[in-house]
Design a binder for this molecule. Structure first.
Ligand code: MG
Length: 170
């Protein structure tokens, strides 16, 4: 069944959201590299790669459905953060906005009875639960460390041990 033009437009918008998130996470890598927190930078680079994979997944899905991918402009991200906590506050807000955006595509797919899109988006809904949880937990730890530089350096070391996510390659 040909994809509904409204769903096609919504998925294209979501591809742009994922690419925008990827670019913003890359800007966070820049910030962490500037202040020599290589563990945080490594962690954010993984996050950047995850978002690229999300965009690629939606790109492939739209292509598989015979839809047309439209690549829109990605806004310039900011690398100007006041603190490590500021970065994770921005990241959490971004993930919350992304969840709302995926929910909106889901609601639209429900309206037009596009069951294949609903099924595909299920993975993204589950992923968003993980993303928000991870950001909230990390923000909590960073806030807990506060101005304690040795605590931040311990966290920095732990961030360098971020494992690969198997689900990204699925
Ligand atoms: Mg994403």
């Amino acid at each position: 069944m040909a994809i509904d033009p409204k769903i096609q437009a919504a998925i294209n918008k979501q591809i742009n959201h994922e690419m925008t998130a990827a670019y913003n996470y890359l800007a966070m890598v820049v910030y962490f590299e500037q202040i020599n927190l290589a563990g945080f930078a490594f962690w954010m680079r993984k996050q950047h790669e995850e978002e690229l994979a999300h965009a690629a997944k939606l790109f492939q899905y739209l292509s598989d459905r015979g839809g047309k991918v439209e690549l829109e402009a990605i806004p310039k991200p900011s690398s100007d953060f006041g603190s490590v906590a500021d970065v994770f506050e921005a990241a959490l807000k971004m993930e919350q906005a992304n969840t709302a955006s995926i929910n909106a595509v889901y609601a639209l797919a429900k309206d037009v009875n596009d069951y294949a899109t609903l099924s595909h988006l299920q993975w993204f809904l589950d992923e968003q639960v993980e993303e928000e949880k991870t950001m909230e937990e990390t923000l909590g730890l960073v806030r807990f460390a506060g101005d304690d530089k040795s605590a931040l350096l311990t966290l920095n070391s732990q961030m360098a041990n971020r494992p690969e996510e198997e689900s990204e390659t699925a």
